[in-house]
Design a binder for this molecule. Sequence first.
Ligand SMILES: Nc1nc2c(ncn2[C@@H]2O[C@H](COP(=O)(O)OP(=O)(O)OP(=O)(O)O)[C@@H](O)[C@H]2O)c(=O)[nH]1
Ligand SMILES: [Zn+2]
Length: 352
Amino acid sequence: MSLIDYGWTPDVQSRFIRISSGADRLARVTRVDRSRLQVAGDTGLEPATQYSVAGRRAGFDAALATGDWVALCDDPDEGPVVVGLVERTSVLERRRALDGLTESQLIAANVDVVAIVVPLDRPISDNGVERVIATVWDSGAVPLIVLSKTDLGSGGEQAAIARVAAGVDIVPTSAHAREGIAELRARLQPGQTAVFFGQSGVGKSSLINALVGAEVQPTKDVREADHRGRHTTTARELIPLPGGAVLMDTPGIRSLGLWDAGDGIAGSFADIEDLARRCRFTDCAHDSEPGCAVRQAIEHGGLTERRYQSYRKLQRELDYLNDRKDERARRQKAREFQKLAKAANADKPRKR
Ligand SMILES: Nc1nc2c(ncn2[C@@H]2O[C@H](COP(=O)(O)OP(=O)(O)OP(=O)(O)O)[C@@H](O)[C@H]2O)c(=O)[nH]1
Ligand SMILES: [Zn+2]
């Protein structure tokens, strides 16, 4: 195993060179556990060590995630010291409300493909898929829909999902029937890092095992058999694939909520945005305005009310998140102003 097995490309190297002064070598973060860091280096996976960060640099706040490329110095006493962070090509983060403010938590970095696993053993929830697609576009990665458990499908699902996933490739698979695995493998180019996203039980581990060609991730059956639950399994987080791609499977990915999504919405609802541009009024609320192209499409069956409602829902969520962001920025400004005002007061020559 070498760095190439963990996703090294000439592009990574050129981004590394920009920050490499004073560093001994390049490595990829394969796991972060509080203050312990596991990396893959020139000779493959290295034992996890306590990690320290030398001289905090601008733009490098010492928060690292699985998938990050880092510049390391090997200290004879301390072990590997992180001296720089290679510029990220994508960031997956979880957003959550804390004390009325929206915080984001770094989950993974430098992911190229997010495979959204949609199983055919339960109703396809349009809302969830649309939201994830929008946020994947926004993260810098490219979404891919992987239909799973096609052996349980009744047919027609692919057309249904194609309607909600405009512009996103769809690969039907069955890990049990071993169908679509070669097609899926072919989607993942050498040097690319892919993540499997989906709720518990959709078949991620089964797909990963099928791709790798060996049991690397424990599946639900195994866990149920030994009654030990998922907490006792320490699954690997970066798994080199035979074809040269890398699979990332971090625990946080599985429970990812709504990621930060801005422009991504246009990508997954391009049809609705197109319709809206044809409304008579530019500020049309698509309610009861005359000449509303969106309402017309719903009436004539070109657009389902349901899809329109999920578009509205996603938009409301984004508005909410943006408001929170603005509020945080406003408070920060107020604090800075107070500090400046105080300093200015202190500088004033005192009259007697
Ligand atoms: N019929 C059928 N069942 C499948 C297929 N793939 C997975 N399953 C079953 O679906 C269940 C969940 O599969 P997992 O691979 O553990 O799902 P997961 O997404 O990794 O679940 P978590 O580890 O909880 O996130 C298991 O009982 C599998 O045997 C498939 O292609 N066909
Ligand atoms: Zn309208």
